[in-house]
Structures are given as structure tokens and as C-alpha cells.
Design a protein around this ligand. Structure first.
Ligand code: DGJ
Length: 727
């Protein structure tokens, strides 16, 4: 066989959505190649030329002794290590004889009638119109099969992939790298978009032109983390919010991840997302399989706006718990910033009285209600009410809150244990720590080894018991430290590299059991703010506390970044005190309110310290939010073009009948032009009545002339326009 023959396309699989296509080919050599990922092609388009027309690159190894069959030049679909492709592989193994060589070739393909879900892992639910391909590659000498389970969801325009890796040999092997998705693009003309930050400033969007070499984000913290989001996008240079080609890959996973693009010597780009290979080593005994998390891929030429809408629709319809996905979220008061640990029954009821009077719907009792916890130095793990502090039983407090017309919610941090707790004293071997070293503390707490079945069972029993025993409508699931000295006291030496992933599998098992037992309880995820705001958690927690930074101005880039991938109703956003407790900035109440109303809305401040005028304003704001709740929580979010992007943020929420436009001006500037904001995406020829003036505008007027922004009087001011469609 010569190289031309070896590169003949012998099979082509087209996965097709409403607007996109992913095409995979099999060559005569058995290699599986990436033919196309982008706009739909006319049915039956033969993509053989993509491979045949590739030029010849010099100084690359031949494959199978065939002169000029350059694997390193081919766009491969799930490349392995130990072949003449020396780019970063998607999979790495170590066999019993120490060899890492793995030569995967096409074995079989099967179109499935239903989408199989990855075992023990969250994933997009099957949708009505869907194609699923199970594509198996194999290396019989190494004793490995790799099945790519790829689904195309027609209506949601997404592709999802998880991978099942099986040891078909007779000796155990170790898996040291197992990406969820790997794709080669024959081009490097892209900007890479990732989301990064830190505690208090999560999800800031970064964009830069691809450079030769590897670039991207990852986490080694045991959680997706405040620092990086398990998501990467590649956009053409001219792509902006409104238009242009962009490809996104989002990982449905809450642990250590890698989301990267690598530009090789020949200006090709390999994009990969999956579990972080760092410290990952999974022992696979004969006949056992390992399943990767699911990656959700979207491609569009509709710019970042369409990319974000694709993710919002797919995650709302197919990922968020069904019970809550489109259920209106209650207006919350959380006592944390009002009292911190310093509360008693009287303080809580006083807060509840004020909250009920202004129209709040749910009262959340945050940290400090259990064990002997009056600061962060004790009692995590001892999840029984501190009746002395609560001035009676938890049930009595709940009844008193309910009697005020408020639902009751509670804070927990189940993955943690304080050294000063009965749980730790009883089970010191339940923590993640290396017994040869002093266990590391962070916020005075250890991490429970959720990889241990006994720990999972204890948590399921405790948490389900808590919800069974009390009338709790909402649970805030916090996680306030990362995994550091990673070692499981329950795993043998040969399996220590499984500890991090087993932790996440255990976490998902607990969350699945809890949400199965109590689907009606609104679960809010949290990890010191947005430290684990990811698609994995969203499968159980339909909303997540977006950041511990509640300052309205600091929240703008955080919420804009978060909303690039995750649906706005999943962002929990609260109004807090001014000066703000994190950045000490003083912002007007209207601005704090409008920014918080971008998501699931609530308050996090001492209402007792508010003036009568402020309370009256809060009451009016809540009434307005309730009137606009449907469009604010479930309307389509669009970021609008502003005059000065360094200084202004504007967004709109659009439903079938309502349009709400919000604008925040950061610093006032004198003597500027009259600035206008143009709406977008309104159906042509529709008419919209302004709530403020009753004047009716055409969609065309609002989208081309737009509304005039009042000259800002002072810093950090906001404006809002509301319209109702005239039928
Ligand atoms: C961190 C969370 O992000 C806060 O909202 C609060 O719940 C504290 N933990 C409580 O310890």
C-alpha cells in the first residue's frame, strides 16, 4: 500500500444538527480522522479531499513503513501515544510490561437508537431528535478498545461525547490520560477564549490569538476552581458577540480538568478537553472499562451570542434538574452578610420579619446553625442543630419562619470535616491526607474522602435524613477548600492516582441520591462563591452562588463571563450592603438591584439596618422583579454593544412578550455624546410599548435607533427600560 492508498477514505460518518455538522472518516490505513466540524454541508458531501489534498510535510516519521504516510500531519480524532504522531495524545496507557505504545485503529461503528449516558457521571439527557454514533477503535496487541460515544442533538445544535476505554487484555493496565474530546483543526487562525479569575473575581473572559505550543486552562485543585472554567472556545479573529465562527467545548465535570488548544509545527490546532492528566492514574483490570466525563461541543457562525444561546438552551433543557430547570426561582434573603456566625433566634426572626414585609419568599439560614459552630474553627460534619443557639428546635424555627409566609432554606458543607468535630474524632481515616505527613488545613477544615463508599453512605443518610426530618425548601451546598495533600487512606498504592476522580464520582453519587430523594428541594451550589460553577454541578444544583464578591461593579465581568456558557437563571445573585464588604465600594441601590436581577435574585444584608425609605425601595424592587420574573430568569440574555466597553455594560432579556434592557455606567464622564443602546434579536415588524412612557416603538426602531441613555449623574449608575410587545 502506498501513502495515497493508505489515505483513501473508506468510511464517512456525518453527525448533523439543525445548523452544524461533525464528520469523521476512516482511512484505508484504519486511522480515524476529523473531516469537518462546522456549518452543515449538502447531504452526502464527500469529504475525501480534506485528507487527499493535504501537502507533504518534511521531517516527519512514516507510518507502518509506508513512505509519506505522515500521521503527525493528519487530523486525528482520538490520537494515542507511541505512534508516529508526536503531538499530545488523547489517551495514554501503561501496560503491565511498562510499554505505553498504543496504536488505535478503526474497529467498528454503530448507530444507536438511544443515547447511552456515561456511568455515574452527569450528562446531557437524550433529546427528541438525536443521532448517536458509537465508534470503536482498538489495539488488540495492547488489549485496549476505545469507544467514542458521540451524540448530535438536532434541535439544540450540540454534539456531546464521552469515551469508554476497555481493557480487553489479560493483565491490568494503567490509564494515565483519557480526554473526553480531542479534535484536530487544519488551521491555527483562531483566538482562544477561556475564563479565569480567583476567589471574588471568578470567570473573567480572556481572549488572545493562538500561539505555537500548548495553551489553555486546567485545574489541579480537586474542583474546577475559582481560577479556571472547564471550557475553551476557538473563534475566528473577526468573531465578536454578534457574528463570526466559533467553536466551544464545555466539560460536564466538577473536578480537575484540562481544556487546551495546541498549535503544532505545521499550524494545525489540536483542541482537547477532559480530566486533567496531572496525577491521574487509573488501574484498569482485564474486562473493566473507564468512562470519561462528557464534553459538550457547539459550533456556530453566529458569534459568541449564538454560542452562548446554544449552551443556555442545551443546559436548561437537558442538564439542569428537570424539576427546577424552568421553574421560577424564589426571592431569597440569606443571613450570611447580615450576621455571619453571630446570630440567635431573635436576630433571625427580626430579619425574617423585615424580609416578609418587603416580599421576600425564601429565608436561608447560612453557616453556624449546627454542632457548636460559632466561628469557622469547629463542627463541620456534626450536622445536628445547635438548639441552644437557635433558641429551640430547628423545627420550631422553621415553623416560625414559615408562619411569616417565607419558605425555609439551610446551608451545609457536607464534603468537609473540622478537626474539632465528633465526626472527625470518630473517623480520622475518612479524610484525604497522607498519614506520613501532617494533614493540611484550609479554613480550619479537612476534606472528607468522598471516594470511600462508607463516607458517601454516611453523607447520603445524614443529608437525606435532614431533608426528611425538617420542612426545608432549599439547601445551599458549600465547599470552602480545595484538595491539597491528595492521598486516600482507603486505596492501595497502585490506585492512589484514582483518588481525585473517585472523589468526584462519590460527590456525584451523593448528589444524585439526595436530589432523587428530594427533587423538590432547590439545591444551590457554592464553593466559596463560584469556585465550582461548572456544568457537572448544574446537573444537580439548578443554581450556583456566582461569587462571594457581591459588589455590583465587580459582579459585572463575573456574571458576563459566567453567562457565556451557563444559563442566567443558574447564576445566584444577591444585593448586599454599601459600602460593599469585599471591595468597600459604595454603589447606588438601583445598580446593585439591576445587576443582581440578572440571575436568581435575592438579598444578603441586614434589613434591620436599612432606613424606612430603603425598605420601601426594596419592596418596590421585589414587586418589579416578581412582575418581570419570567423574562428576567428565563428570557434570552444578550449583551448589547456599548459606546465605551471599558466603562459600560448593557444587556437585555427577551421573552415572547417582554423586553428588559439594563445599562450600567461605571465612571461618569463630562460632556460626552448622547449615547444610545440598540436592542437586538426582536422579531421583525413587532411593536413594543415602553412601560415608562407608554410610547410604542417598532422592533426596527429599537434595533437601529435604540434608546437614549440618560447622562450619568455620578459613578456606578444604572438605567433600565422595559417594553411589552403589542399584539
Ligand atoms: C462561603 C460562601 O460562599 C458564603 O456565601 C457563605 O456561605 C460562607 N461560605 C459560609 O461559611
Amino acid at each position: 500500500m502506498n501513502a495515497q492508498d493508505a489515505k483513501q477514505l473508506v468510511k464517512q460518518f456525518d453527525l448533523i444538527t439543525a445548523h452544524a455538522q461533525m464528520s469523521i472518516g476512516v482511512l484505508a490505513s484504519g486511522h480515524v480522522v476529523a473531516l469537518h466540524l462546522g456549518a452543515r454541508m449538502p447531504a452526502g458531501t464527500d469529504l475525501a479531499g480534506v485528507i487527499q489534498e493535504l501537502g507533504r510535510a518534511s521531517y516527519l516519521a512514516d507510518t507502518d513503513g509506508i513512505h509519506d504516510l505522515r500521521l503527525e500531519q493528519l487530523p486525528l480524532v482520538y490520537p494515542a501515544f507511541g505512534t508516529p504522531d508526536m503531538r499530545t495524545p488523547a489517551i495514554n496507557i501503561r501496560r503491565a510490561n511498562g510499554s505505553s505504545v498504543l496504536d488505535l485503529r478503526f474497529q467498528s461503528a454503530q448507530w444507536l437508537t438511544t443515547k447511552p449516558l456515561p456511568d455515574g457521571l452527569p450528562a446531557l439527557r437524550a433529546a427528541a431528535r438525536m443521532q448517536t454514533l458509537a465508534l470503536t477503535l482498538a489495539d488488540s496487541k495492547a488489549g485496549v478498545t476505545v469507544t467514542l460515544v458521540i451524540s448530535a442533538d438536532v434541535a439544540h445544535d450540540t454534539f456531546a461525547q464521552h469515551v469508554v476505554i476497555k481493557n480487553t487484555g489479560t493483565t491490568p493496565l494503567h490509564l494515565t490520560r483519557a480526554m473526553s474530546w480531542s479534535w484536530d483543526l487544519l488551521n491555527d487562525q483562531y483566538d482562544i477564549i477561556t475564563q479565569s479569575g480567583a476567589w471574588g473575581r471568578e470567570m473573567h473572559t480572556n481572549r488572545r490569538a493562538l500561539q505555537p505550543g500548548e495553551q489553555g486552562v486546567n485545574s489541579k485543585r480537586g474542583a474546577s476552581g475559582h481560577g479556571q472554567d472547564p471550557f475553551v472556545a476557538l473563534a475566528s479573529a473577526h468573531t465578536d458577540w454578534q457574528q463570526g465562527q466559533v467553536l466551544g467545548a464545555s466539560l460536564v465535570y466538577s473536578g480537575d480538568f484540562s481544556a487546551k488548544a495546541a498549535v503544532d509545527m505545521h499550524q494545525n490546532t489540536r483542541v482537547q478537553v477532559g480530566i486533567a492528566p496531572f496525577d491521574f492514574d487509573w488501574k484498569l483490570v482485564p474486562q473493566n472499562s473507564f468512562t470519561t466525563p462528557e464534553a459538550v461541543i457547539a459550533v456556530t457562525d453566529g458569534g459568541l451570542r449564538e454560542l452562548s444561546h446554544i449552551y443556555h438552551r442545551a443546559y436548561t433543557d437537558c442538564l439542569l434538574p428537570k424539576y427546577w430547570a424552568v421553574k421560577p426561582r424564589p426571592v431569597v434573603i440569606n443571613n450570611w452578610e447580615a450576621t455571619y456566625f453571630d446570630f440567635d433566634r431573635e436576630k433571625l426572626l427580626a430579619l425574617a420579619d423585615h424580609a416578609a414585609a418587603i416580599g421576600v419568599e425564601l429565608f436561608v439560614l447560612d453557616d453556624g446553625w449546627f454542632g457548636r459552630r460559632n466561628d469557622d474553627r469547629s463542627s463541620l460534619g456534626d450536622w445536628w442543630p445547635n438548639e441552644a443557639k437557635l433558641g429551640g428546635s430547628l423545627d420550631r424555627l422553621i415553623a416560625e419562619i414559615n408562619a411569616r409566609g417565607l419558605q425555609f432554606g439551610l446551608w451545609v458543607e457536607p464534603e468537609m470535616v473540622s478537626p474539632d468535630s465528633d465526626l472527625y474524632r470518630a473517623h480520622p481515616d475518612w479524610i484525604i491526607a497522607d498519614p506520613d505527613h501532617t494533614p493540611q488545613l484550609a479554613r480550619n477544615q479537612y476534606v472528607l474522602d468522598l471516594g470511600q463508599r462508607v463516607v458517601q453512605d454516611y453523607l447520603i443518610k445524614t443529608l437525606v435524613g435532614l431533608l426528611d426530618a425538617h420542612h426545608i425548601s432549599y439547601l445551599k451546598w458549600d465547599m470552602n477548600r480545595n484538595l491539597t495533600d491528595v492521598f486516600s487512606q482507603a486505596l492501595p498504592a497502585s490506585q492512589q492516582g484514582e483518588c481525585r476522580h473517585r472523589y468526584i464520582l462519590g460527590l456525584y453519587r451523593v448528589l444524585a441520591a439526595l436530589t432523587h430523594a428530594h427533587p423538590e428541594v432547590l439545591l444551590e451550589g457554592c464553593a466559596g462563591g463560584g469556585g465550582r460553577f461548572d456544568a457537572g454541578m448544574l446537573a444537580y444544583a439548578p443554581q450556583i452562588w456566582t461569587s462571594d464578591d457581591t459588589d455590583a461593579i465587580a459582579r459585572l465581568p463575573i456574571q458576563r463571563g459566567t453567562s457565556l456558557v451557563y444559563p442566567p437563571q443558574a447564576m445566584s445573585c444577591h444585593v448586599s450592603l454599601a459600602p460593599n464588604e469585599q471591595v468597600h465600594r459604595i454603589t447606588p441601590l438601583t445598580t446593585r438591584t439591576q445587576v443582581a436581577q440578572m440571575g436568581a435574585f435575592g438579598y444578603e444584608l441586614d434589613l434591620g439596618a436599612c432606613t424606612t425609605a430603603e425598605l420601601a425601595q426594596l419592596k418596590a424592587d421585589i414587586a418589579e422583579y416578581k412582575r418581570l420574573r419570567q423574562v428576567l430568569q428565563f428570557g434570552q440574555l444578550d449583551w448589547l454593544v456599548v459606546h465605551d466597553p471599558q466603562n459600560e455594560y448593557a444587556w437585555q432579556k427577551l421573552s415572547d412578550t417582554m423586553l428588559v434592557i439594563d445599562h450600567v455606567n461605571i465612571l461618569a464622564q463630562p460632556n460626552t455624546v448622547l449615547k444610545r443602546l440598540r436592542a437586538c434579536a426582536l422579531p421583525p415588524h413587532t411593536q413594543w410599548r415602553s412601560q415608562a412612557s407608554a410610547q410604542v416603538y417598532s422592533a426596527e426602531y429599537l434595533m437601529t435607533i435604540g434608546v437614549a441613555i440618560p447622562q450619568p449623574q455620578g459613578d456606578f449608575v444604572s438605567s433600565r427600560w422595559q417594553f411589552e410587545q403589542v399584539t
